[in-house]
Design a binder for this molecule. Structure first.
Ligand SMILES: Nc1ncnc2c1ncn2[C@@H]1O[C@H](COP(=O)(O)OP(=O)(O)OP(=O)(O)O)[C@@H](O)[C@H]1O
Ligand SMILES: [Mg+2]
Length: 303
């Protein structure tokens, strides 16, 4: 049984204008994996997460969490999930410790276990020193980390985090990645959203790319990279007119004096770098990134 399954899930918002936020999404998330919803602003990530966490009703389609229907069995779903919303609003008088400890008690944990879990979670996000400060006096990133800690301390089976690392600095972001991977090792299922390609590439077991309410691709990073034929990228810098003929047969994209050329295999990439260096250009090659693939799948061609 999947941790999460959605079948032709649709959501239309009827406001001043009608917005089709989800246009028939079929997603399968396995138990014990870290699954990322990757997509640009307005893609429908939050909408999807709010539906599967029983906070929002779909317009049509079905969704199940651990086999429980999000419509008919919302209570059951809620027993097994913990959620970090995109816009965390903290109760100013609460301390990070209280967030973790009391929410764990509310979920039915024993005092001893709640204490242990809270300590572990607060240490994991490096808030232990600040655990007794009221949230009103914490920075934005510290507040976010307090909410993340409360979810880590919850012992829920499925954790849903909507852009958990937005607003965090590079060091804190990596800490969160580490903690999330540790939770997956302990058999938790984690669903997170992000628009940061590097994040999706670094932490995901599997991911779904969504854009404008549509599912573009779903699979492991390698599977998704396999959807385009190019395997390598070569970045050249300088006057690349000398290489123009060679460049023209490939997809390329230019940023000022830099140009990225996509090639099908490693040998071709190395040959290209040699040619470029011979012509006095700077050049380097690396495997294609998820961002390259994303642009190709979502934005049509590279050009
Ligand atoms: N309550 C609402 N009423 C009307 N339209 C909404 C509402 N919430 C979201 N939308 C619209 O639905 C679409 C999807 O929004 P959603 O918040 O799911 O995107 P997202 O992928 O989470 O984006 P972001 O990366 O900016 O958080 C957007 O076009 C948005 O403007
Ligand atoms: Mg969102």
């Amino acid at each position: 049984m999947e941790a999460v399954k959605s079948i032709d899930l649709r959501k239309t918002y009827h406001g001043k204008e009608t917005i089709d936020a989800l246009k028939g999404i079929n997603i399968f998330i396995k138990k014990g994996e870290l699954f990322t919803l990757l997509g640009p602003n307005g893609a429908g990530k939050t909408t999807f997460l709010r539906i599967i966490s029983t906070q929002l009703l779909p317009t049509s389609g079905e969704a199940y969490v651990l086999g429980f229907n999000v419509l008919g069995e919302a209570e059951k779903v809620r027993e097994h999930i913990a959620v970090v919303p995109q816009d965390v609003a903290t109760y100013g008088n609460f301390t990070p410790w209280e967030y973790c400890y009391y929410f764990s008690l509310l979920r039915g944990m024993t005092k001893q276990k709640a204490k242990e879990m809270s300590e572990k979670a607060l240490k994991a996000v490096e808030l232990w020193e600040l655990r007794n400060r009221t949230c009103a006096t914490l920075s934005g990133g510290e507040k976010k980390r307090a909410i993340i800690a409360s979810v880590l301390a919850s012992d829920a089976e499925v954790l849903m985090l909507d852009e958990p690392t937005s607003g965090l600095d590079a060091v804190a972001r990596r800490k969160v990645w580490t903690v999330l991977r540790e939770m997956v090792e302990q058999d938790k299922t984690i669903i997170l959203t992000t628009h940061i390609m590097e994040e999706a590439e670094m932490v995901s077991d599997r991911l779904a790319i969504i854009n404008r309410g549509e599912l573009i691709a779903q699979g492991t990073v390698e599977e998704i990279k396999g959807l385009v034929k190019e395997r390598f990228r070569v970045v050249v810098e300088g006057n690349f007119e000398a290489l123009e003929k060679f460049v023209n047969i490939h997809s390329t994209v230019a940023f000022g004096s830099k140009r990225v050329i996509y090639v099908d295999d490693g040998e071709e990439a190395i040959e290209f770098v040699r040619k470029a260096l011979k012509n006095g250009l700077r050049a380097e090659t690396s495997p294609i990134t998820l961002e390259d693939v994303f642009v190709k799948l979502v934005g049509g061609e590279f050009e």
